[in-house]
Design a protein around this ligand. Structure first.
Ligand SMILES: [Zn+2]
Ligand SMILES: [Zn+2]
Length: 422
């Protein structure tokens, strides 16, 4: 099939609906129609066999299959509809990887209902907020969200990048920024989740292996986006995924992403759109989309030169009025299959091809259960609120708390004692 965009799909579905309506009108009895539908759709009370949307947690991933979810497809400018850059890659061998974690993406990751213990590998292309901001939230709320394994993070360093900008320095500062939170949680809940394993990769190296385990190889390519910025290529089981992060078109990407199964590349606004929608000045607009980022024409030319089996354009506000402009600009140069990413767009990738759907997620999620039983370290390590602060506790509430403890111990078969200090 040639280009099958959501835009075109919608038009096609509407045409099919009109044809179906016309066919129904031609049939002399409704019974025939109902029988036909019953055969196609199963029984009126059973589950539908063919889901056109993805409900997280309801489908097994085949051993040779890759599932990719656009957790964040948007921009640094916050909006309810789209978080900033974040893609989840799930493999049939059980491994899961997160590529970038921009502002707003963590709540969307959590809406997928996956235990944080399975989401322990995060790769960051560069330290812009729209690619890294939610890493702090993801890490620091690990204890409350039942993470029980160390969080492993990869980010750029070396290659002449000044040390105060490096990923290790950044992660060190992140831990220091949240020192109060770390210190005061100690002894109150299981804080095993605060183990952070930081690996820096040399962002200047070309097609450099930065991860290799369990049949999965991740390589980095230098990107042209200021400095200290990379793109990633993930290979597993004969499947190849490329993720640009932010970059101008570059020779490394063009050489090393030829014919990949799925090519996820940034696709910014046109300069005119940047002026109209972002209220950028003319100079800001033309600079941003031509000298730091890939506009739709750059995106299209890159895809035309690399011929991926499936292309994904991301990193723009994808709305009813912006999408047609972006699509027109792309289609002037490239006529291969492209999806224009929205948050929760899902790709199931196999050797046979790629299937695109939208996920329907739970907006009222809670933390999934821990994989291992949690325990807090009792004893002297527990944080102690100062007496001067506890002096504000009204004595009348002792009885209220005691009653809660009595009821709780009875229900749970425990023997806890109410104490504000240990
Ligand atoms: Zn950037
Ligand atoms: Zn960006």
């Amino acid at each position: 099939m040639k280009t099958m965009t959501l835009y075109r799909q919608t038009a096609r579905v509407m045409k099919l609906a009109i044809v179906a309506f016309a066919a129904t009108a031609l049939l002399s009895t409704g019974v025939c129609v109902n029988n036909a539908l019953a055969k196609k759709g199963g029984s009126p009370t059973g589950a539908y066999s063919d889901q056109s949307v993805y409900y997280p947690g309801t489908e097994e991933l085949a051993p040779d299959e890759m599932r990719v979810i656009a957790v964040g497809s948007g921009m640094p400018m916050p909006r309810l509809k789209q978080a900033a850059a974040c893609f989840l890659i799930e493999l049939g061998n059980g491994d899961k990887f997160i590529f970038d974690m921009g502002n707003g993406s963590f709540e969307r990751i959590h809406a997928l209902g996956i235990s944080l213990d399975y989401l322990d590998k995060v790769f960051i292309t560069h330290p812009h907020m729209d690619h890294m901001a939610d890493l702090a939230t993801f890490y620091m709320t690990g204890p409350q969200n039942n993470r029980s394994v160390p969080l492993r993070v990869w980010g750029p360093g070396g290659g002449g990048m000044r040390s105060e900008w490096s990923f290790k320095t950044s992660m060190d500062h992140m831990e220091k920024t949240w020192a109060w939170m770390k210190g005061t949680l100690a002894g109150l809940i299981d804080t095993t989740a605060f183990k952070l394993e930081v690996t820096e990769y040399d962002w200047t190296k070309v097609n450099n292996i930065i991860y290799e385990d369990n049949g999965v190889v991740i390589r980095s390519l230098p990107a042209i986006h200021l400095e200290g910025t990379a793109s990633f290529i993930l290979e597993w089981n004969g499947l190849k995924l490329a993720f640009s992060g932010d970059t101008l078109p570059n020779k490394w990407w063009i050489e090393h992403t030829q014919g990949v199964d799925i090519s996820i590349h940034e696709c910014f606004f046109t300069p005119a759109m940047a002026m109209e929608k972002w209220k950028f000045s003319s100079m800001e607009a033309i600079n941003a989309v031509t000298t730091v980022h890939s506009n739709p024409q750059y995106f299209a030319k890159v895809m035309a030169m690399t011929n991926p089996k499936h292309a994904v354009a991301y990193h723009f506000q994808n709305d009813f009025d912006t999408l047609p402009i972006i699509m027109d600009a792309v289609q002037e140069i490239y006529d291969g299959p492209v999806d224009y990413a929205q948050d929760f767009m899902v790709w199931n990738v196999t050797k046979e091809g790629t299937r695109t759907r939208m996920a329907v997620v739970n907006p009222e999620g809670y933390p999934p259960a821990p994989l291992e039983e949690k325990s807090i370290e009792a004893g002297g390590d527990r944080y102690q609120t100062p007496d001067s602060v506890l002096a504000g506790w009204p004595k009348e509430f002792d009885a209220v708390a005691e009653k809660i403890y009595t009821d709780f111990n009875k229900e749970q078969g425990t023997d806890y004692k109410f104490q504000l200090k240990k």
